[in-house]
Design a protein around this ligand. Structure first.
Ligand SMILES: Cc1cc2nc3c(=O)[nH]c(=O)nc-3n(C[C@H](O)[C@H](O)[C@H](O)COP(=O)(O)O)c2cc1C
Ligand code: SF4
Ligand code: SF4
Length: 268
């Protein structure tokens, strides 16, 4: 009598961090293509504990000042990857104009903290969303079409577990990164909520790090801001502004990710 051993099929996991939906959209596309894939937010510290062995582990995040968002840096530093050293590791850094150390920083952090090298890392140009710094483009459809095309190549590579060489990070980029990223948590002190606010709570729902509490039907910011701009962008009343800077600027949210979906994934 033969005992047949079935090869155990390991699951996949893709971690994401997203303010305006670009990275969630990419994570969703990957999960659909790979099957059997969990989509997990890096905004929640409790998600750093892995209880299974995975076939592939991905990180999808936006580039902030040529590097990683604080939440992503903290998440990757503290995640428990014991038992998962032999998974296929990949990173996708979405960016709007210049990705800088977006991928090298993740690779070097994984090596430094976990002795794990990224197998594959790619930057993906998407819509540039940093409304606090510039008036965003009105060419949403054009830019989205281009990025959709580029996602296909990345998807194929990941599906086939391709490897690529990850460049070393550049010190000069870190100078600019460190100078800016350390200011983020308190920048919400300069968020002004105007009288158009209806108390709908959407801003609190989309905040990936629960930095917003609704009190007396108004958002209150708790100074652990990631500058992801989700609250500014998803507010249906344009009621949240940075100083007197963003009032007349357009708003952007990924056309395929509405506030309900973003909030559902963030709070899973
Ligand atoms: C705080 C902040 C800093 C940013 N810095 C950069 C940057 O250095 N380089 C770049 O190309 N894009 C930068 N961007 C644009 C985002 O990386 C890009 O729009 C990304 O796709 C947004 O993803 P999301 O929709 O998932 O939040 C920045 C955006 C924000 C909010
Ligand atoms: S999303 Fe806008 S309107 Fe709704 S509670 Fe927040 S600030 Fe007010
Ligand atoms: S308060 Fe607004 S900008 Fe800050 S992390 Fe939350 S959603 Fe992002």
């Amino acid at each position: 009598m033969y005992i047949q051993y079935k090869e155990i099929e390991l699951e996949n996991i893709v971690f994401y961090f997203s303010g305006t939906g670009n990275c969630l959209k990419v994570a969703k596309i990957i999960a659909k293509e790979l099957d059997n894939t969990e989509i997990v937010s890096m905004g929640k510290p409790e998600n750093r504990i892995l209880t299974k062995q995975y076939n592939s582990i991905g990180f999808v995040y936006p580039v902030y000042f040529w590097g990683l968002p604080n939440a992503v840096k903290n998440f990757v530093e503290k995640i428990n990857l014991t038992d998962n050293g032999s998974a296929y590791f990949y990173g996708i850094a979405t960016f709007g104009g210049w990705a800088g150390n977006g991928i090298p920083q993740l690779n070097e952090l994984l090596i430094y903290k976990h002795n794990i090298k990224l197998n594959y890392g790619k930057t993906l140009k998407m819509f540039a969303n940093y409304v606090v710094v510039y008036n965003m483009s009105d060419k949403v459809n054009e830019i989205t079409k281009k990025s959709n095309k580029n996602i296909i190549h990345i998807l194929n590579d990941i599906k086939n577990k391709k490897s690529n060489d990850i460049k070393k990070s550049k010190k000069l980029f870190y100078k600019i990164y460190n100078k800016n990223i350390t200011k983020f948590k308190d920048m919400d002190k300069d968020y002004i909520v105007n009288d158009n606010c209806t108390g709908c709570e959407i801003c609190a729902m989309v905040c990936p790090v629960k930095n917003i509490e609704i009190k007396n039907k108004r958002p209150n910011f708790k100074h652990t801001c990631e500058q992801c701009v989700a609250c500014i962008q998803y507010c249906p009343q344009k009621a949240i502004n940075y100083k007197n800077v963003t009032q007349s600027r357009r708003r952007y949210t990924n056309p395929e990710i509405n506030y309900k979906e973003l909030s559902e994934y963030n709070n899973k």
